[in-house]
Design a protein around this ligand. Structure first.
Ligand code: SF4
Length: 348
């Protein structure tokens, strides 16, 4: 039987062409560790990461071909209210997110980061203890749910810097803290030496193989993600699945139907905590910026509409009829395998 370990080894250090180091980041041990791991690579010291990251005239997609890595210290926001942003689960807990890393080693066509940031470079904040302190302070007031990979795919960065592992260990000591690590990687193997934690949810983001290959550039193929999810489940980890965003592309109905049957023939439904799904949606100003920048992806040029909802703000998305059709179709497929209480439709 094929195991995740039999897959081609993609647990490699993300490829970067140059490193910028903030002067203030030099003293942090992670800075030296990362530089050591990257070996012989041009390193340039800078004053503040925004001098590079927010520099005018950059092109996100051009930089994605050979991104630089910026090692910096986050001095501003260490915890964001995620009520409108990460309302992806039926969780009644207050939702938060943070950004230990900004930008991603992957390059999904629908990714909002390309509308949010002018730069495609990766920023790693090396002052992890400050992020811990902020989460701990908030959790002291009551239970919270914290997404630590909202602005990146953190698990994909794990071979370079084990931020996930540190957060998992930290969350185990915080009774009020549940963290979510969402990924399109198949890198569960970098965590498999750990005991299954109680306060961490691993969310595997899945799409039909054809859609993943076409629109989720650089991400692990579907079968790899499913194998990783299966291995995590077998090891007793809390696992959720995320079919988000659904892409309305040619033949979408049959693609999603076969995909659901395929996924649930390989994963034990009983052990999965929850399955969430939603359709493509982007902040309208982000979509406008993306449209100005690139014309190479048909899915970005769908005639989207702009709409506002009380729990997700204003988004550009599929027209209501299309959205309802997609929701009904996926729900119908899911209900063949999954009890309704485990299915959660999201739109923001
Ligand atoms: S994996 Fe997530 S964060 Fe990374 S490019 Fe894709 S959508 Fe963006």
């Amino acid at each position: 039987m094929l195991q995740a370990t039999d897959l081609p080894n993609d647990s490699v250090i993300p490829s970067v062409g140059r490193v910028y180091v903030e002067a203030g980041a030099r003293k942090y041990p992670d800075t030296s560790r990362i530089l050591e791991k990257l070996g012989d690579i041009p390193v340039q010291e800078i004053g503040h990461y925004k001098d590079v990251f927010n520099r005018p005239g950059q092109h996100f997609q051009v930089q994605k071909h050979s991104p630089a890595l910026i090692l910096a210290v986050e001095r501003e926001t260490l915890l964001y209210d995620g009520k409108f942003r990460v309302a992806s689960w039926g969780s009644q807990l207050p939702l938060y997110y943070n950004a230990p890393v900004r930008n991603c080693v992957y390059n999904c066509d629908y990714c909002f980061l390309q509308g949010m940031h002018t730069s495609g470079h990766l920023v790693v904040f090396v002052n992890i203890q400050d992020f811990f302190d902020a989460a701990r302070d908030r959790a002291e007031h009551g239970p919270i749910f914290l997404s630590i990979s909202y602005l990146t795919d953190l698990l994909a960065m794990e071979p370079l810097i084990p931020i996930c592992e540190r957060w998992i260990r930290f969350a185990e000591e915080q009774p009020n803290l549940t963290i979510e690590i969402r990924t399109k990687s198949d890198l569960f193997r970098v965590l498999r030496h750990m005991e299954a934690p109680e306060n961490t949810v691993l969310s595997f983001s899945l799409s039909p193989d054809r859609i993943a290959r076409r629109y989720e550039r650089g991400c692990a193929p579907l079968h790899g993600r499913v194998l990783a999810a299966r291995e995590a489940l077998r090891a007793g980890w809390r696992v959720r699945l995320c079919i988000d965003p659904m892409v309305r592309t040619e033949g979408w109905k049959i693609l999603y139907s076969r995909f659901i049957a395929d996924v649930f023939s390989r994963l034990p439904v009983d052990a999965i905590e929850e399955i969430s799904f939603g359709v493509v949606r982007l902040a309208p100003d982000f979509l406008k910026r993306i449209h100005n920048m690139r014309h190479d992806s048909d899915m970005l040029h769908y005639p989207f509409v702009t709409e506002t909802g009380s729990n997700y703000g204003t988004v550009a998305t599929y027209p209501e009829a299309a959205r309802n059709e997609m929701k009904a179709a996926l729900e119908q497929e899911l209900l063949r395998f999954v009890p309704p209480e485990k299915i959660h439709f999201v739109h923001g």
